[in-house]
Design a protein around this ligand. Structure first.
Ligand code: GLU
Length: 416
């Protein structure tokens, strides 16, 4: 079976399926297939050695019928407009499934952030914001962290936006440090949210999580916090990986210690008592729960039938191709789709925005309680629809997200 997928072809295939099942007319389907606005910019900065660096940047705003555009900014070499468009589309469905009043957007800069100094990254971030500033704003488009951007990047974004407007506007960006209006629990939110979904799914499927083996591909912010949250509820984290490769230990490892090792050696590999594995091998390990928390297109028709996990929780965006989806469904592996599983991040981003707008700061317990409530409701909404449609959870999630957005567009009408 030929599998020539880009993230955009996958996203469009998924949209087509949901539109068909929802009975949307072709006009609506066409509207939802296209982003409302795509901005491409050239980011020119002074490098530390005095030379000039030129980087391509973009921001894609997909749909804002349910509220302002919302979505992360990723720094990644070779990132394409197609990929950012697909990710923006996923954000639209994700916010609708989480039932938060946002539309979907995504930003990207083609850069290997590891090769830039902190000062260069700051200049790059500020220059990028200055180029798209007219399209940003707390009621227009609110950025957040994504791959290779973090709370510090968001602080620079807030400061640049505020400086250009002439006053402090914390609600212009989420995922900021708490010192400047960030929310407690935002950093951990995506990883924690994934585990809330795993808990719900395990209950539904009669899977015991006490001592269940969990393998996690990716040890960035999302993968790490998913590992910590999994351990908190009694699971055994048997494998983790980063871009250099992975480690496997059937007796379990302690995420905090592995992180300390990674900070020292710049890799999770060669950790005491563990066997080194490749990122591909990690996916096929004996485990109960597999959490892809790295890149797109990791579970494909090439390896889907070798997956041994009983449950796959997609912490990354788009890690499974449509063909692989079918294989996992036939194998009766429970798949919790990205637009549901990783919606904890944007959900707490919403809490952060509300706190900023009301000039409040909520305690961590309140944030975590509200996150669990939101995740549980979204999970149950998706399962109810999937059961009604006798479909997999991805189809249920897509139908819920796309359906809510289509309804909003219908009610708003087309102007003029
Ligand atoms: N980048 C995250 C995502 O893909 C978070 C987006 C946000 O908080 O706006 O869901």
């Amino acid at each position: 079976m030929a599998e020539e997928h880009t993230p955009l072809t996958v996203a469009l295939t998924q949209l087509k399926l949901a539109s068909k099942k929802l009975g949307l007319d072709s006009g609506m389907h066409k509207m939802l297939s296209q982003p409302k606005r795509s901005i491409i910019v050239s980011i020119d900065i002074r490098m530390d050695n005095g030379s000039v660096g030129v980087y391509n940047g973009m921001r894609v705003q997909h749909w804002d019928a349910r509220g302002p555009f919302k979505g992360g900014i990723r720094y990644y070499p070779n990132i394409t407009l197609d990929e950012v468009t697909a990710l923006a589309m996923l954000m639209t469905w994700k916010c609708a499934i989480a039932n938060i009043p946002f539309g979907g957007a995504k930003g990207g800069v083609c850069v290997d952030s590891k090769k830039l100094s902190k000062h260069e990254l700051e200049r790059l971030t500020r220059r990028y914001v200055s180029l798209i500033v007219d399209y940003l704003g707390p009621h227009r488009d609110i950025p957040a962290p994504d791959m290779y951007t973090d709370a510090q990047t968001m602080a620079w974004i807030m400061d640049t936006y505020s400086q250009l407007k002439g006053y402090s506007i914390p609600e212009s960006v989420t995922g900021k440090p708490v010192e400047i209006g960030g929310s407690w629990g935002r950093t951990e939110a995506t990883g924690r949210g994934v585990i809330h979904c795993v808990k719900q799914a395990a209950e539904n499927n009669g899977l015991k999580l006490k001592n269940a083996a969990v393998a996690i591909q990716g040890f960035g912010n999302v993968g790490y916090h998913a590992a910590v949250a999994a351990q908190e509820i009694g699971c055994i984290v048997v494998a983790v990986s980063d871009s250099t490769g992975g480690i496997y230990c059937p007796d379990g490892l302690t995420p905090k210690d592995v992180l300390a090792h990674k900070e020292k050696t710049l890799s999770v590999q060669n950790y005491k008592g563990c066997r080194n594995v490749t990122n591909e091998e990690l996916l096929e390990l004996q485990c109960d729960v597999l959490i892809p928390a790295a890149l797109e297109n990791q579970i494909t028709c090439k390896n889907a039938d070798k997956i041994k996990a009983k449950m796959v929780a997609e912490a990354a965006n788009g890690p499974t191709t449509p063909e692989a989806d079918k294989v996992l469904f036939e194998k009766e592996i429970c798949l919790i789709p990205d637009i549901l599983a990783n919606s904890g991040g944007v959900t707490v981003s919403y809490f952060e925005w509300v706190q900023n707008l009301t000039r409040e700061q909520w305690p961590l317990e309140k944030v975590n309680r509200k996150l669990e409530n939101k995740m549980t409701t979204a999970f149950n909404d998706v399962v109810a629809l999937a059961e009604k449609e006798e479909s997999d959870m991805r189809t249920g999630a897509l139908m819920l997200g796309v359906g809510r957005v289509a309804n909003a567009i219908k009610v708003l009408g087309l102007w003029p």
